[in-house]
Design a protein around this ligand. Structure first.
Ligand SMILES: *Cc1c(COP(=O)(O)O)cnc(C)c1O
Length: 407
């Protein structure tokens, strides 16, 4: 298995030993990035498992790339066949955008309906390796539902802390999996996250969330895209930014495949936030490495409403190092993108359509002829089906003559 060499702070660059059991940089409070010995991965695996020949015979799925996750014992894996989600093209939208190919990576197809399952399978497996009995996690809904499901499968206790703006289907899902829900009276996800960190430190709960194991697990979105495109990187990847964990993880996955020489070129990463909560895009516009927290986040895209994102610096790095860019979209643009996807058959929650909203806003400024684009559709429509809809339907008596009038 892969060994982490060190943990490196996104913000100040300070490094810590891999076994230091840190969730954030003690100096600047930013998130940490796991550094591996890629030469060792290349030498150990390129000659046998990670050769294209063998990998092309196995369907893409999350644990296919287990060499790249910090897990010691593969016999302990807690998995529900997460990942292996479809990469779908709709000719109508491809033509509208005017590119060669536009694919949607549909993360709604995961066991609990979002990409969070990729992080949860690694986090819960790690918790089991460390004999955890009770896990605690702060969530805007999807991570809570996902962690609750994997904790249920592993047979361990689960406590989910949530802010007060979670769509009710997500709440029902967390409850159904048997987790204890504690709602904190705030709409700031970061306040809830801080509480979860304090509770873990004080009362000995095993802390889960946007930390190293989740980041490492969510890399599989990137691995699968490369795999599904026949070991080629797309030209652009559009990704929503909440805490920034996903966008960083996808970029890290591309870099890892590049580093071990599985791909030649790297894609440009385009980060998209909601206008009412866009701390990363604000920093990008000012060309500043410092992310200033938003005081009053306001967006219907509740899954990306993260006013002080822990992996914000990682998100900025993903955009800058890939020669990409970022933009903010309005709630109205998000709803329009959500509706556009549904009209071709793909139902996403509002946050799940943010990547397409970004592409629709930006595409005229990019030269997209002959280009391949991937938009990450992060969550299933049923997660938050009511938002932004004025549902039209006709109600009649069970009478064929009346029905005839309306057909
Ligand atoms: C968690 C989530 C996001 C944001 O991902 P981050 O890793 O927090 O940036 C986007 N969309 C959906 C549906 C999510 O659940």
């Amino acid at each position: 298995m892969v060994e982490i060499k060190s943990l490196k702070c996104f913000q100040c660059g300070k490094t810590y030993p891999p076994d230091s059991n840190l969730f954030r940089c003690p100096d600047c409070n930013s998130g940490l990035n796991a550094i591996y010995d890629y030469k060792a991965i290349q030498i150990a695996y390129l000659g046998n498992t990670i050769i294209r020949g063998e990998w092309t015979r196995i369907e893409p799925h999350h644990w296919k790339y287990y060499h790249f996750y910090p897990i010691n014992d593969v016999t302990k894996i807690i998995s529900m066949a997460e990942g292996g989600t479809p990469l779908i093209e709709f000719q109508k939208i491809t033509q509208e955008i005017g590119c060669e190919h536009l694919y949607f990576k549909y993360e709604g197809a995961n066991p609990t309906g979002s990409f969070k399952d990729r992080g949860s399978t690694v986090e819960i497996t790690n918790a089991i390796e460390q004999n955890a009995k009770s896990v605690i996690c702060a969530s805007t809904g999807n991570m809570g539902a996902s962690v609750a499901a994997y904790a249920a499968m592993a047979g361990i206790n689960c406590i989910i802390l949530i802010p007060n703006n979670i769509p009710s289907p997500k709440l029902a899902q967390i409850f159904a999996y048997g987790a204890k829900i504690i709602q904190i009276n705030t709409n700031s996800y970061q306040k809830v996250q801080k509480l979860s960190e304090q509770a873990a430190a004080k009362f000995g709960y095993f802390l889960l969330g946007d930390y190293i194991n989740r980041t490492e697990g969510e890399k599989s979105v990137g691995f699968e895209i490369i795999d599904q495109l026949g070991w080629k990187a797309p030209d652009y990847v559009f990704c929503p930014i909440g805490t920034g964990t996903l966008i960083w993880a996808i970029w890290k996955a591309f870099m890892e495949f590049h580093q071990i020489e599985l791909i030649e070129k790297l894609p440009r990463i385009i980060g998209v936030q909601a206008e009412g909560c866009a701390p990363v895009i604000n920093a990008l516009k000012k060309n500043s490495p410092t992310i200033i927290p938003i005081t009053n986040p306001q967006t219907i895209a509740s899954a990306i409403s993260c006013p002080d994102p822990i992996s914000g610096s990682g998100a900025l790095l993903a955009i800058k190092n890939s020669n990409g860019t970022g933009l903010a979209v309005t709630d109205n643009e998000i709803v329009q993108a959500r509706n556009k996807l549904a009209k071709v058959g793909l139902f996403a929650e509002p946050s799940g359509a943010v990547s397409l909203a970004g592409l629709m806003k930006l595409h005229k400024k990019l030269d997209l002829q002959n280009k391949t684009i991937v938009c990450i559709v992060t969550g299933h429509g049923l997660k938050d089906a009511q938002t932004g809809y004025d549902i039209k339907k006709t109600e009649i008596e069970p009478d064929i003559n009346e029905l005839k009038i309306f057909l």
